[in-house]
Design a binder for this molecule. Structure first.
Ligand code: ZN
Length: 333
C-alpha cells in the first residue's frame, strides 16, 4: 500500500470510528456470542482470526476501540472458538447463503469500468493489460451499480426467499435477510434441524437451489416431483458460503470495507433500497478530488457523473468513492 493510500484510509477509518461509536446501541451481536469465532481486517490490511467475546458489551467495545475495516464471525458455534481450527469443537452452524450481483445480473458488467491507479485513466471492461496512457499495470476494476442491476440482485433474493419458504417449508421468521453492505444479499436460516446439517447435506441444498447437479435423493418435504422441476425457479448462490461450515461471515450491522455501507437487515425485500437504508455515515460535506465517478443515487439524490473535478459531497459518498478507488480526500480532514 502506498503512503497516499494509507493516508486516505486513515480518513476513512475516522468515519468508521464515528459509526461504531455513535451506532453502538444498534449493532446486533450474534446469538451465543461466546461460542462464535470472530475475525477482522484492520486498516493496514492484516486479517486477524480466532478471537472471541464473552458478551455483547465486550464486542461493541472492541468495535469502537479497534475500528476494524471489516469484521466477521463464524456461522458455526464452537465449544472453544479461540482454539486452532481442528480443535475448536464444532457444535452446530447456521445455514447461510450469499447472492452476489456478478452472478445474477448481466447489466453490472456494462456499468463497471477499469481505472489506472497511477494516472487515473479509465475505460470500459475488459481492462487492458496495461494502461494505454502511462503503461502502468496497476489497474483496478470497479464494479458499479445502477437501478437495473440492483433490481436484478433483489429479484434473485426474492426468488431465494420463495424457494426457502415454499420448497423447504421454512417460515419467514426462520429466515434473516441482509443487504451485504456492497452489492449482494446474505441469508441466514435459524432452524435447529438445519443447523445440524453436515457439509454434504448443505451441498445438496446448494444443488437444489442452483439446480446444478441436483439429485432426487434430497430429503426435503416440499421438493416438487421430478416432472415439475423443468421450469422450477433457481438462483445462483456462492456454494462456498453455504457449504463451508468453518467460514467466518461478515457481521450484521458492520461496515463493508469496499463501500462504507452497512450490512443491514432487510424487513421487506420489495421496499428495500440499499442506497437509502444501508447509508449510515454522516451527511457532513467533504471535499473530494474525483478522478471518475458515474452517476449514482444515494438517499434519493443523484451525485455525478464527475470527471477529474473537485466536489463537495456528503461523507458517505466520499467514503464510497475513495473505497472504490476513484477519488481522494483533498485535505487531511
Ligand atoms: Zn495510467
Amino acid at each position: 500500500m502506498s503512503m497516499l493510500e494509507m493516508e486516505q484510509l486513515q480518513t476513512v477509518r475516522k468515519f468508521f470510528r464515528w459509526y461504531y461509536f455513535n451506532y453502538s446501541e444498534k449493532i446486533k451481536a450474534p446469538e451465543s456470542i461466546e461460542s462464535r469465532e470472530f475475525g477482522y481486517k484492520d486498516f493496514n490490511g492484516s486479517m486477524i482470526r480466532h478471537l472471541s467475546f464473552k458478551s455483547e458489551g465486550e464486542y461493541k467495545a472492541f468495535l469502537v476501540k479497534n475500528v476494524p475495516k471489516s469484521v466477521y464471525y463464524s456461522v458455526a458455534f464452537y465449544s472453544d472458538p479461540t482454539a486452532p481450527m481442528e480443535s475448536k469443537g464444532l457444535i452446530k452452524a447456521d445455514v447461510a447463503f450469499d447472492i452476489d450481483i456478478k452472478d445474477v445480473s448481466k447489466k453490472i458488467k456494462d456499468n463497471s469500468f477499469w481505472i489506472c491507479k497511477n494516472c487515473h485513466t479509465y475505460g470500459t471492461l475488459p481492462a487492458p493489460k496495461s494502461c494505454p496512457s502511462c503503461g502502468s499495470e496497476d489497474l483496478e476494476e470497479v464494479e458499479w451499480v445502477c437501478d437495473e442491476c440492483l433490481s436484478d440482485v433483489k429479484d434473485a433474493a426474492i426468488t431465494l426467499s420463495d424457494i426457502l419458504t415454499e420448497d423447504f417449508g421454512l417460515s419467514r421468521k426462520e429466515i434473516s435477510i441482509y443487504f451485504s453492505g456492497n452489492n449482494g444479499y446474505h441469508f441466514y436460516i435459524f432452524n435447529e434441524e438445519m443447523r445440524k446439517l453436515g457439509q454434504q447435506e448443505r451441498m445438496e441444498i446448494v444443488e437444489y437451489i442452483t439446480m446444478n447437479g441436483f439429485n432426487q435423493s434430497v430429503f426435503y418435504k416440499n421438493v416438487p416431483e421430478s416432472g415439475s422441476l423443468i421450469n422450477r425457479r433457481k438462483v445462483t448462490i456462492d456454494p462456498n458460503v453455504t457449504v463451508d461450515i468453518r467460514r467466518i461471515f461478515r457481521a450484521p450491522d458492520s461496515l463493508h470495507d469496499e463501500s462504507g455501507l452497512a450490512k443491514k437487515e432487510v424487513t421487506s425485500l420489495d421496499l428495500f433500497d440499499p442506497f437509502k437504508e444501508a447509508v449510515v455515515l454522516p451527511e457532513e460535506p467533504i471535499e473530494l478530488l474525483v478522478h471518475y465517478m458515474p452517476a449514482i443515487k444515494f438517499r434519493d439524490q443523484t451525485f455525478g457523473p464527475y470527471k477529474k473535478e473537485k466536489v463537495k459531497v456528503p461523507a458517505y459518498i466520499a467514503v464510497y468513492a475513495v473505497l472504490k478507488g476513484i477519488a481522494e480526500f483533498i485535505d487531511n480532514q
